[in-house]
Ligand binder design. Structure first.
Ligand code: PEP
Length: 248
C-alpha cells in the first residue's frame, strides 16, 4: 500500500511566536498514525520547527531551495543549508513559485537534480491554470510539467512525492471535484507507467492540492489514486489541519 501523506504549506505566514503557538496546538491534536504528516514553515522558522517537533512523527519541509550548492545567490538557500538545520524534504515547483518567481520546467530540472543529489526528499508540484483547463489542455500541460522528472533514473523516484495542484483551485476556495482529481491522478499514474513501468506507477505517492478543507478532504482522499493532500490555507489552523489528516 502507498504511503498516505498530508503536508501543510504555510507559505509566508507565521512569525516565531505564531509558529510556536501553531505547533503547540498541533502537538495537542490526535493525528491518524498511519498518515505521514509534514509542515512547511518559512525558511526563518525551519530550525525552530525542527527543534519543537523533535520526538514527534511530524516532519518539517522547506518551501523552496536554490539549485546551486553555494555562491553568489543573494537571498537564496541551498540544500546543505536546509540539511544543516535538520530539514530533508523540500517542496519544489509550487505554482506560486512558477507564476510569481518565474520558475520554469527548465529551472526546476536543476533544482530537482540538486535535491536528489543531496539525497533530499522532494514534493514536486505541478498543475494547469484555469484557461488551460477550459481549453481542454490540462493533460498536455501536466504531461509537459512531468517531463522534467521522466528523464530521471527509476531509483530517483524513491525520493519523489508528486503534488497535483490545479492552479485555479489554489487559495480560491474552489476545489477540483473528487472525480476531476481522480481523473488527473489516474492520468499521472498512466504517464509514469508509460515512461517507466506499472510497478513504479503503483508505488508513487500523488497528493492533491487546492482548497482542501475538513469538509471536503474525506471525499477527495477516498479516490483510488489520491494518496493525500498538500494543504495551504487550512494548514494554518491546527484543528482544521488535524481534521484533514484524520479524514483518511
Ligand atoms: C497550496 O498552497 O499548495 C494550496 C493547496 O493552497 P490552498 O490549500 O490554500 O488552496
Amino acid at each position: 500500500m502507498r504511503n498516505q501523506i498530508v503536508a501543510g504549506n504555510w507559505k509566508m505566514n507565521n512569525t516565531t511566536s505564531e509558529t510556536e503557538k501553531l505547533l503547540n496546538e498541533l502537538e495537542k491534536q490526535t493525528l491518524n498514525k498511519s498518515v505521514k504528516v509534514y509542515v512547511a514553515p518559512a525558511f526563518t522558522q525551519l530550525s525552530q520547527a525542527v527543534r519543537q517537533l523533535e520526538g514527534t512523527p511530524i516532519k518539517v519541509a522547506a518551501q523552496n531551495m536554490n539549485a546551486a550548492a553555494s555562491g553568489a545567490h543573494t537571498g537564496e538557500i541551498s540544500a546543505s543549508m536546509l540539511q544543516g538545520v535538520g530539514v530533508h524534504t523540500v517542496i519544489l515547483g509550487h505554482s506560486e513559485r512558477r507564476s510569481l518567481y518565474s520558475e520554469t520546467n527548465d529551472s526546476l530540472k536543476d533544482k530537482v537534480a540538486t535535491a536528489l543529489n543531496a539525497e533530499m526528499e522532494l514534493i514536486f508540484c505541478f498543475g494547469e491554470e484555469l484557461e488551460q483547463r477550459k481549453e481542454n489542455n490540462h493533460f498536455e500541460v501536466v504531461r509537459a510539467q512531468l517531463a522534467v522528472l521522466f528523464e530521471l533514473p527509476e531509483k530517483a523516484w524513491d525520493q519523489i512525492i508528486l503534488a497535483y495542484e490545479p492552479v485555479w483551485a489554489i487559495g480560491t476556495g474552489e476545489t477540483a471535484s473528487p472525480e476531476q482529481a481522480q481523473e488527473m491522478h489516474a492520468f499521472i499514474r498512466k504517464e509514469i507507467e508509460e515512461n517507466y513501468n506499472s510497478s513504479l506507477a503503483e508505488k508513487v505517492v500523488i497528493l492533491y492540492g487546492g482548497s482542501v478543507k475538513p469538509s471536503n478532504a474525506q471525499e477527495i482522499f477516498s479516490m483510488k489514486d489520491v494518496d493525500g493532500g498538500l494543504i495551504g490555507g487550512a494548514s494554518l489552523k491546527a484543528s482544521d489541519f488535524a481534521a484533514i489528516v484524520n479524514a483518511f
